[in-house]
Design a protein around this ligand. Sequence first.
Ligand code: ADP
Length: 358
Amino acid sequence: MAYLTLNGINKIYPNGFHAVHDFNLEIEKGEFIVFVGSSGCGKSTTLRMIAGLEDISKGELLINGVRANDIGPREREVAMVFQSYALYPQMTVYDNLAFGLQLQGVDEDEIEVKVQRVAKILGLTDYLDRMPRALSGGQRQRVAVGRAIIRRVGIFLMDEPLSNLDAKQRVTMRAEIAQIHRETGATTIYVTHDQTEAMTLADRIVVMKEGYIQQVGTPYELYFQPANLFVAGFIGEPPMNFIRATVSGGSIRINGRPYDLRGKLGEKAADYEGKDIYFGFRPEAVVLGKQPGAYVMDAKVELTEMLGDNTNVYVDIGDVNAILKVNPHDAPEMDADISFSIPVESTYLFDAETEMVI
Ligand code: ADP
């Protein structure tokens, strides 16, 4: 039995706005789940319903097999870290960590042991006597995480916990959160709009759009087997290239040139005769030059962006544009006429009407 079950969960706010539609998910004990999607897609709302901070309008939440819809937030065995990690400014780090346990009436000796243990996990041992104002953003964030994990609850909820940190601190804290999860083994649900955080932290990712789940899968599955156009375009940087084309005689035509639909795509092509599809390929899947057996395209280079580890090459393929991600040493010049190859196994087709993968 799953540790946490969300069964047809819906949220309709009092103003009538339907923020979450039929959310179904089973979470195993110890899993690290990330909800990802653009701002406003319903991630926080779902998290807050799990925390008990928002009523569930329809559907059922089970924790350990027990219906939790009407259980108060304090009794749910969940701890939450928010975007704005409000620490008590008048209290030392030690007291910030200890406060929740003191409220619960936990014995001071036991609190001391717990604070020391959490401080050790989070690298805060040397800072226990400091006031929050004397800490860096990353250290404050760690205290906020510490306050949540000190309670040893079953479910750990995090809502964009790194959004107040600068880019460098975010990378460090991201690795620390992964480490804390390994050490505590706590079931974690983490909300972010950042696909890199999602890909690096998650056991499984839930991609959301406008209140609906688009796909649930491992980072590998989302990257290599996207269920639809939205997921394919959301995961990956720069995003997957999409070229709209009509299937005719088992081929599609791009810039006047026919391309036979081959492999698994070819088998389905007959069903799409006369219909529009999107032909998709990732910027990093291409090889410069003409490779035998691959889809070869001719293009003109419009712009190059040298990023150090790779160069993004913006090309014009007749009436469509695409981005290619290449080794900086091989990057073509601006305005050059080039050919590039897309291995057949690195291509995707999407139904232009339903936007589902074919
Ligand atoms: P996310 O976390 O993905 O950015 P939210 O869950 O915060 O999105 O919000 C989802 C949608 O619900 C948004 O369109 C938001 O404006 C709306 N919303 C959030 N809170 C309320 C509320 N209290 N009343 C009405 N609509 C709300």
